[in-house]
Design a protein around this ligand. Structure first.
Ligand code: SF4
Length: 343
């Protein structure tokens, strides 16, 4: 088997507060292969963005990586000094955020920003870097790139700005791109174009892509595999077709039932009563048990480990072949317990 581009092992991220230590990420493990798009999905507060921030070394205090390992193409990166990590961030990991203006300086022409980034990471001369910038703008679908390269960010539409940010992320030919809600701020038709662009670029360049979103519709369109996160843990991870068409984890089932059309707001799950627990009140056992229609006593005390199931892994006792009662609970449904109260 070829080495994954990104390998996250038992990652733990904590926030130290006056009220105690809050576990934002608690034992998350996954890989992303060359040219693969891994969608990371879940409601607000599930830990998707914190996982992305940990990988790029940008967890701000009082947050800290409290355990686990992060490997990029075979080298460990979670323990690098800040200066080394800054180089990894620009050169080996590209980033695309929801708001393109996070990445673009409004005071500089986009060409200046692209050329500077290219020259930081390559030995190209200024004129060769400009030619490379024009090629990149053409590659991401900016019309008349020879002319638009001298425009300022405010002269571009939201969708075109996000294309420029993608070009900026590609300047150093990174092995991994982390895209955090890259289409959320865009019109529906533009969202589809940006998704198609990311997918094509990943395939053509062999870049691994971690696509973080709350929108299952975007995941279904783009990802090869999907990780469903809940309360800082992975509830289910597997090939996108399996997870979307035949989700195993009760939370994933609710999430898939809530796949919106691109025009709808996907922020809230209508199918599952209750909401994601606060970090200060994550229930013991399975964190989903107060909302789960299948929960039984074991779920309130025993944390489910990831279990292999087909090509997927699912953290749910219903799939524990060593538990003789599990199958019966698959068929049983109970009204969800009150939030924070054991079922
Ligand atoms: Fe969690 Fe139990 Fe429901 Fe599985 S059945 S999701 S372990 S509460």
């Amino acid at each position: 088997m070829t080495e994954p581009v990104l390998s996250v092992r038992d990652l733990r991220v904590e926030f130290v507060t006056r009220r105690g230590v809050l576990k934002a990420i608690d034992g998350v493990s996954f890989d992303i292969a060359k040219g693969e798009v891994l969608g990371v999905v879940g409601e607000s507060g599930a830990g998707k963005s914190v996982t992305g921030s940990a990988i790029i070394g940008l967890i701000d205090p009082p947050g800290r990586i409290a355990g686990g390992e992060i490997w990029l193409s075979g080298s460990r990166i979670d323990n690098l000094p800040p200066e080394e990590m800054r180089k990894v961030r620009g050169k080996r990991i590209g980033m695309i955020f929801q708001d393109p203006l996070t990445s673009l300086n409004p005071l500089y022409r986009i060409g200046e920003q692209l050329v500077e980034t290219i020259q930081t990471h390559t030995d190209l001369s200024a004129s060769a870097a400009r030619r490379r910038a024009i090629e990149l703008l053409a590659e991401v679908g900016i019309p008349a790139p020879e002319r638009r390269i001298d425009g300022y960010p405010h002269e571009f539409s939201g969708g075109m700005r996000q294309r420029v940010v993608i070009a900026l992320a590609l300047c150093a030919e990174p092995e991994l791109i982390i895209a955090d809600e890259p289409t959320t701020a865009l019109d529906v038709s533009v969202q589809a174009q940006i998704i198609a662009l990311l997918k094509r670029l990943g395939r053509e360049r062999g870049t691994a892509i971690m696509l973080i979103t709350h929108d299952m519709g975007v995941i279904a369109e783009t990802a090869d595999r999907v990780a469903v996160m809940y309360a800082g843990r992975i509830a289910e991870i597997g090939p996108v077709r399996d997870v979307v068409q035949n989700p195993l984890h009760p939370y994933a089932r609710g999430l898939m039932g809530a796949i919106p059309t691109l025009a709808q707001d996907a922020d809230r799950l209508v199918q599952i009563p209750g909401s994601m627990p606060r970090l200060s009140a994550i229930p013991p056992g399975c964190p989903f048990h107060p909302r789960c229609p299948h929960a039984w006593e074991r779920c309130t005390v025993d944390r489910p480990a990831p279990l292999p199931h087909g090509a997927s892994q699912v953290a749910c006792h219903l799939y524990d072949r060593n538990d003789p009662t599990a199958e019966a609970h698959q068929r049983m449904t109970h009204p969800p317990a009150e939030e924070g109260v054991a079922a």
